[in-house]
Design a protein. Structure first.
Length: 331
């Protein structure tokens, strides 16, 4: 059934002690659910690999689950703990280098230190980029003080995956409706808004080779490209860009299928962005590996497009070897 090789890019773990950062998100969940979640987040060898094998996922790039050090109030502690997290992950990836890659965990409380840590992990450990769990204590990253980080990512040629976070201060619209503040709605709105802040803040004009990844089928941005262009042309609010807003979405901003197993949504995203801008992912362990793999296998795509989404784009963007190369590594 799962005949197409796959590479997955939004696949989470949790380092020891980092559950404290997640506590405000998990304390409202059923205790047995959290226990199962914790068991999967801490596993690198058994169930994770078995589920990958069953879905024909050759390779997964692992990342610290949210919010990590983005929630750390002390900047010095954040920098130290990000490095500890990366060393922990490097050790785990080294046990299965043919199956796992890594996204660095970075502390944007100090953009210069975040840039240094990104470079260190890429050069010393072969990390594939970084995942940032949204804003850092309410700070977004379009300002010039963060350019040192974006410059380093561009120079290294590695993508940055922007993952959701909760609003630092929920808007009045969502007050009293916790069901709307979390993953079902609010997190996606927050992340799409963050990506647009980067776009309209000129980050991609200053760093035109920078690649940003958004999960969850692009947090709905692919379906708003025309509208964004139309209203920006009418009300630019003093902002000048080198290109239409829509032209950054699909070139600088790429998307993954993580957490959205909908064929119409997939076809719409491919129609808007092109197949070269859409990459398969699961969102392990928050979504079902089996469901995500079955979805992409059954989606009404021609086999060339399916291969491009499942693994071809990831091989290009992350400079990975061919399926034959990975097979040789597993011998």
């Amino acid at each position: 059934m799962n005949r197409t090789p796959k590479i997955a890019l939004e696949e989470h773990f949790s380092a020891p002690g980092f559950d404290a950062y997640s506590a405000k998100y998990t304390r409202a969940l059923p205790v047995d659910f959290v226990a199962r979640l914790d068991a999967r987040l801490s596993d690198f060898d058994d169930r994770r690999l078995a589920e990958m094998d069953a879905g024909n996922i050759e390779y997964a790039v692992l990342s610290q689950t949210m919010p990590g050090v983005q929630a750390e109030v002390d900047g010095t502690t954040a920098v130290r703990r990000a490095r500890e997290n990366n060393e922990f992950l490097a050790e785990r990836v080294a046990r299965h280098p043919q199956r796992f890659g890594a996204f660095a965990h970075v502390a944007l409380q100090d953009p210069t230190e975040a840039a240094r840590e990104l470079e260190r992990t890429v050069v010393e450990h072969g990390f594939k980029g970084a995942m940032i769990n949204g804003h850092t204590l309410g700070r977004y990253y379009e300002g010039s003080e963060f350019d040192v980080f974006w410059e380093r990512a561009q120079a290294l040629g590695v993508p940055i995956y922007l993952h959701p976070n909760a609003f630092s201060q929920p808007p009045a619209l969502l007050e009293g409706m916790p069901v709307l503040q979390g993953a079902a709605w609010g997190w996606g709105v927050e992340t799409a808004g963050h990506a647009l802040r980067l776009l309209f803040g000129g980050v991609f004009d200053r760093f035109p080779r920078l690649t940003l990844l958004l999960g969850h089928m692009g947090e709905a941005l692919p379906y708003q490209r025309w509208r964004i262009d139309s209203r920006f042309a009418a009300y630019p609010s003093g902002i000048k860009l080198a290109r239409k807003p829509s032209e950054y979405i699909g070139s600088n901003i790429l998307i993954t299928t993580s957490g959205v197993c909908s064929a119409p949504a997939l076809l719409g995203a491919i129609g808007e962005l092109g197949a070269q801008a859409v990459l398969f992912s699961v969102d392990y362990p928050y979504e079902s590996t089996a469901e995500a793999c079955t979805f992409i296998e059954q989606a009404p795509l021609d086999e060339q497009t399916r291969a491009q989404v499942c693994y071809g784009n990831a091989r290009r963007i992350f400079k990975l070897g061919s399926p034959q190369d990975l097979a040789l590594l597993q011998i």
